[in-house]
Structure formats: C-alpha cells, structure tokens
Design a protein around this ligand. Structure first.
Ligand code: NDP
Ligand code: ZN
Length: 186
C-alpha cells in the first residue's frame, strides 16, 4: 500500500509538472491539473476503484495528448500497464476533431476495463465542467451536443462499474434539464 501511494503521488507530481501553465477552457480558468485530480477522485470515491495502475493512469490520462510526455517516459517511470492504459485513452492527433469524436464512440467497447472506468470518469468530469464552467462562447446547442456525444461514448463503456454508470446517468439527466432551462430563457 505504501508503495502504491508513493507511485500515485509521484504520478500526481509528474502530471502537475507536465500540465504547468495550462488552464481548463472554462471561465474560471482553473489550472488544468484540477481535471485529472477530479478524475482520480471520482474513480476512488464514487467508483471504489482501488487498483493503483488505474489511478495512476487517470492522473496521467491527458499528458500524452496535451503535453510533451511520451509513452516511453511513462512506461519507464510507471510501467507498461499504466502506459498502455494512457495510450488507450489518448486521441490520435492525425485525425480531424470530428474523426476523433467518432473514433471514441467506435473504440469504447474494445477498451480494457481499466480504460473504460477511467473514461467514464473523464466524461463525468467534463460534463460537470460544462455545467459549472462551460468553455467560453459555447452555445446551448454546442453544450447539448457535447453531453449527447458523451452519452454515446459511455454507452460503449458500460458493464464495468455500476456506481460510476449511475453517477454518469444522473449527471446527464441534470445537465440536459439545466441546458434546456437555459434554452427556454434565451
Ligand atoms: P472539444 O469538444 O474537443 O472540447 C471539449 C474538450 O475540452 C473536453 O473533452 C475536455 O477534454 C476539454 N476541456 C477543457 N476545459 C473544459 C471545460 N471547462 N469544460 C469541458 N471540457 C473542457 O472542442 P473543440 O473545441 O476541440 O471542438 C471539437 C468539436 O466541436 C468539433 O468536432 C465540432 O464538431 C464541434 N463544434 C461544434 C460547434 C457548435 O456550435 N455546435 C461549433 C464548433 C465546433 P479533456 O478531457 O481532454 O481535457
Ligand atoms: Zn480528460
């Protein structure tokens, strides 16, 4: 356990350094690291996930996509399993934005259990952010499209963690209601 905790905090520190200077897209301009920390928080406290590799991969999940981190560096510091889960949730940047979104829907059912649990939490975190701190300039239509796309991805991830799935479904229902109310006000 002490060894696992040591690795988990090493990953938190690694991710914080990699994401230095980056902010979330919302109006509160929160430091980017808040998001991987929220994903690991959801995994442990909502999903009751205790597997250290999953928690470490969650902390690192956006480093290859958004920073100079590499698969090799992660494999060297945190092991092959962590590196492979991080790569499973890393978008292929050679694809267009629309292709990446479609690829996430298509790949979801084929991910490992670790990556599926992580990805449900990633979508929970992003949809909560969209409700509380939507990216600047996102219309009601665009927010709703994001929530509906998130649902399509998560539908392919089901069957790995009932608590996370229930949490996601409740959040989506609330998000749709809130977005609908805002549309009615417009
Ligand atoms: P994204 O959908 O890629 O932006 C959302 C992503 O940004 C999230 O998945 C999350 O990813 C990250 N993020 C950072 N901060 C926040 C936050 N506060 N709230 C939520 N997510 C956050 O948008 P892009 O700008 O890249 O546009 C891509 C797509 O949007 C296009 O495919 C296009 O179809 C669509 N689009 C729709 C428009 C419309 O009006 N309907 C207009 C323009 C584009 P992570 O977990 O990696 O941090
Ligand atoms: Zn993410």
């Amino acid at each position: 356990m002490k060894n696992d905790l040591g690795k988990i905090f090493q990953a938190a520190s690694y991710a914080a350094k990699k994401h230095i200077g980056q902010t979330r897209k919302g109006k509160d301009e929160a430091p980017y690291i808040n998001h991987p920390l929220e994903v690991v928080n959801l995994l442990t406290n909502v999903g009751n996930v205790e597997d250290a590799n999953t928690l470490i991969a969650a902390l690192l999940h956006d480093t290859v996509e958004d920073t100079d981190a590499t698969r090799e560096e992660i494999a060297g510091q945190f092991g092959e399993k962590v590196a492979s889960v991080v790569m499973e949730v890393t978008d292929d940047k050679r694809l267009t934005k629309a292709e990446r979104k479609q690829a996430q829907i298509e790949h979801a059912p084929h991910l490992s259990t670790e990556a599926k649990q992580l990805k449900i939490c990633d979508k929970i975190s992003n949809i909560s952010d969209i409700m509380k701190n939507p990216p600047d300039g996102w219309s009601v239509k665009r927010r709703l499209e994001y929530v509906e796309w998130g649902e399509k991805v998560v539908n392919g991830l089901r069957g790995v963690n009932e608590d996370l799935e229930k949490h996601f479904d409740k959040l989506v229902a609330e998000a749709k209601e809130k977005i609908q109310e805002e549309e009615d006000e417009e």
